[in-house]
Design a protein around this ligand. Structure first.
Ligand SMILES: *Cc1c(COP(=O)(O)O)cnc(C)c1O
Length: 378
């Protein structure tokens, strides 16, 4: 028998209350019963997104909601600015290019956050830019970007600000309205503690005007259809009924905790994880902009990263993530988001210590756990 533990930055573990909801018999979606659920989750999502704007629920992974943002806001030949500081910033470039958008890029070194002043400069030099595509937590590097600072500069331009908060939402603070985020995107399988399969997109009135004017062809992801339906407490197509019912449970858990407590909990787990990897002699990959969502740490050159991750998973049942692209085999990424708690972190670290030791890396055994415990005891 082997027990499995999931410490990856998506998918994340699921609370029993959510699993129970997923096991309920299916109901029909064009019913007063399901309309009650739509009402409940629509209000709940506004709380989690910290917005007064509509939040549309799509039957897609998070990337579907990213694509919905691009194809509803911009028409071919329009100009956009993409911030590329990792795998998910790159995705904005790929999607905008696929739609024939003229895409300007600010390339940011992996492990660093974008400087809002850079964005301000580019916006001033290019008044044709209609949308700025950013990433809240860049999950591939563990970096958190200064969305508040970015919002303050984008709002002075005619462009809308689009934020990929797929991993950040519900884990770290994102004040959609107060920070002038026009479009915020998320997915179900990270901070929101659900299985994959739902995409979320909130749209401000300024952005919705662009949706109405947009000439780009689209059908399934047409947000005008989504809005028309939501105004009647309905959905344009068959929604992911089971997942949305489970979402209501996840939101209830989050409302019981309160966003402030949730953010504090994530910060504590992140502080503990960072202290632990440093105590093990590993270097943080993003020391100046480390998110409280996922910790990325560089491995010593002598350690084969892919083998480390594989051994933790296949021998001991503890799944963490490795590095992607240029950082493949060189990084570990330990998630501390959603339904991951203090002792999951301790457990993950103890497995990391064991496998590092087996692979011949020398450190006082227990030193990572000790550092984490000290943070948790504070
Ligand atoms: C996970 C993730 C995505 C991709 O979401 P999918 O649900 O896999 O489509 C995009 N951006 C960020 C920041 C993510 O963490």
């Amino acid at each position: 028998m082997r027990k499995n533990y999931l410490l990856t930055p998506g998918p994340t573990p699921i609370p029993p209350q959510v699993s129970e909801a997923l096991a309920r018999p299916i109901i029909h979606h064009r019913t007063p019963q399901f309309q009650e659920v739509i009402k409940e989750v629509s209000e709940g999502l506004k709380y989690i997104f910290q917005t007064k704007n509509d939040v549309f629920i799509l039957a897609s992974s998070g990337t579907g909601a990213m694509e919905a943002a691009v194809c509803n806001l911009l028409s071919p030949q329009d100009t956009a600015l993409c911030i590329d500081g990792g795998k998910f910033g790159e995705r904005w470039i790929e999607i905008t290019k696929a739609y024939g958008i003229n895409c300007q890029v600010i390339k940011v070194e992996w492990g660093k956050a974008v400087d809002p002043i850079e964005i301000e400069k580019v916006l001033k030099a290019n008044p044709k830019i209609k949308a700025v595509f950013t990433t809240h937590c860049e999950t591939s590097t563990g970096v958190v970007n200064d969305i508040q600072g970015i919002g303050a500069v984008v709002k002075e331009s005619s462009a809308v600000l689009v934020v990929d908060a797929i991993s950040g939402l519900g884990a770290i603070d994102l004040k959609s309205d107060d920070w002038f985020c026009d479009v915020v995107i998320s997915g179900s399988q990270k901070g929101l503690m659900l299985p994959p399969g739902l995409g979320f997109i909130s749209v401000s009135p300024k952005a919705f005007k662009m949706v109405e004017d947009c000439k780009n062809p689209r059908y399934y992801f047409d947000l005008k259809k989504a809005k028309k339906a939501l105004d009647k407490t309905d959905t344009p197509f068959t929604p992911a009924i089971g997942l949305i019912i489970a979402l209501a449970e996840a939101i209830k858990l989050m409302q019981q905790d309160g966003l402030e407590n949730i953010f504090q909990r994530h910060k504590k787990m992140a502080d503990a994880t960072r202290a632990a990897v440093k105590a093990l002699g590993l270097e943080l990959f993003a020391p100046d902009a480390a998110s409280d969502v996922v910790t990325a740490a560089k491995l010593p050159a002598s350690i084969e990263g892919e083998k480390l991750v594989k051994t933790m998973r296949d021998t001991y049942g503890v799944t963490i993530a490795g590095g992607q692209d240029a950082m493949k085999g060189k990084l570990i990424r330990i998630a501390h988001m959603g339904y991951i708690a203090e002792f999951d972190i301790i457990l993950g670290l103890s497995c990391l210590e064991k496998v590092l030791t087996q692979m011949g890396y020398k450190f006082p055994i227990g030193s990572g756990i000790k550092a984490a415990q000290e943070v948790f005891l504070k």
